[in-house]
Design a protein around this ligand. Structure first.
Ligand SMILES: Nc1ncnc2c1ncn2[C@@H]1O[C@H](COP(=O)(O)OP(=O)(O)OP(=O)(O)O)[C@@H](O)[C@H]1O
Ligand SMILES: [Mg+2]
Length: 340
């Protein structure tokens, strides 16, 4: 059977001529029903642009899809009829946006905004739709949902606004949910609660879930598989346990090292990856990560490493992936430290 969502060799550019930015350079990933895929990478690596292309909401222009395919249950969506795309949005696939505050309209009550979907997509009366909206707020564990459904976004805390966004995205019972940095603006405790909620809803509803984040710590517990993005490419892809135990790409290893850990001595310096991601209008030849890679040798500046299979579904785009897998992580992961 075809996966729920299959993105294959997706290519997107912005701008023209010498200013052309190659934002996606052949992104491939898939999600099955009931499964969580985490998409991880630094700011600007193309996580949101990929999601927008999947949802059919990429701004074109300035964006341009120059190749690849996006299939939902085997149906090709790139080039599909806009009416078909509109129908699929909400009904079959939904997205929670990076910024919950600006995604909610301040002049309407939270309940009214959730109810709109039941009114316009399900033909419900205003009253029935508000009852459904309260049920949705209850589903995402907002206490006192019947009262709070009438309140405005500014009366909700950050965590509650994010819950309201989740409620809105789930109103039409989609099969795929894309959560774009759903916890970025929240404090650590609330982050964990939102992750737990998403995980629970995914399980109960058998949804496919794509969790976009730049924080490796946030997804460790909930992701089945992790795809690591760099400069518009997937550079490593495997199940969560293998990624922690045997990171194959120096970029992934760098991300793991830059996460503060429980056994760090208080005040110990963080170890960020040196340098910056490349400009997408001048991606270096060879491996796009080579200018920042401590292990780079001649072949890295000359040849683009393909994303290749290392065994058991572990894929990485590094000329020396096998060596790094064999070495294990640079230092024990927090997971190991905690379970010791
Ligand atoms: N509308 C646009 N016009 C021009 N360039 C854009 C547009 N949208 C995105 N880009 C560029 O595409 C690249 C990838 O952006 P994207 O938003 O996908 O990054 P991201 O991985 O989601 O980063 P973040 O973690 O900051 O959200 C960036 O360099 C960005 O500047
Ligand atoms: Mg983004």
């Amino acid at each position: 059977m075809a996966p729920l969502l299959e993105v294959d060799d997706l290519r997107v550019e912005f701008g023209r001529g010498r200013e052309t930015a190659s934002v996606l350079n052949g992104v491939s990933y898939h999600v099955d029903e009931g499964e969580t895929l985490a998409v991880l990478g630094e700011s600007g690596s193309g996580k949101s642009v990929t999601a927008q292309t999947v949802m059919g909401i990429l701004d074109t222009p300035p964006g341009r899809i120059t190749g690849g395919s996006v299939r939902f249950r085997g149906e090709e969506l790139l080039g599909a009829d806009p009416e078909r795309r509109r129908l699929l949005r909400g009904e079959s696939m939904a997205m929670i946006f990076q910024d919950a505050l600006s995604a909610l309209n301040p002049v309407y009550s939270v309940g009214f905004q959730i109810a709109e979907q039941f009114r316009f997509r399900r033909g419900m009366s205003r009253k029935d739709a508000m009852v459904k909206a309260a049920e949705m707020l209850d589903l995402v564990k907002i206490p006192n949902a019947k009262q709070r459904v009438k309140e405005y976004p500014h009366q909700f805390s950050g965590g509650m606004r994010q819950r309201a966004m989740i409620a809105m995205s789930l109103a039409l019972d989609p099969e795929l949910l894309i959560a774009d940095e759903p916890t970025t603006a929240l404090d650590v405790t609330v982050q964990a609660q939102i992750m737990e909620l998403l995980d629970e809803l995914r399980r109960e509803r058998g949804m496919g879930l794509i969790l976009i984040t730049h924080d490796l710590g946030v997804v460790a517990e909930v992701a089945d598989r992790i795809a690591v993005m760099y400069a518009g490419r997937i550079v490593e892809h495997t199940d969560a346990a293998s990624l922690y135990a045997h990171p194959a790409h120096p970029y992934t290893r760098g991300l793991m090292d830059s996460v503060p850990r429980v056994d760090d001595v208080a005040g110990a310096p963080l170890r960020p990856i040196p340098g910056l991601p490349p400009s997408l209008s001048a991606i270096p030849d060879g491996c796009p990560f080579h200018p920042r890679c401590a292990h780079a040798v001649d072949v890295c500046t000359d040849e683009v490493p393909a994303l290749r299979e290392l065994g058991s579904g572990h894929q990485a785009a590094c000329h020396f992936a096998e060596r790094f897998v064999a070495e294990g992580p640079d230092r024990p992961t927090t997971h190991e430290v905690v379970s010791r």
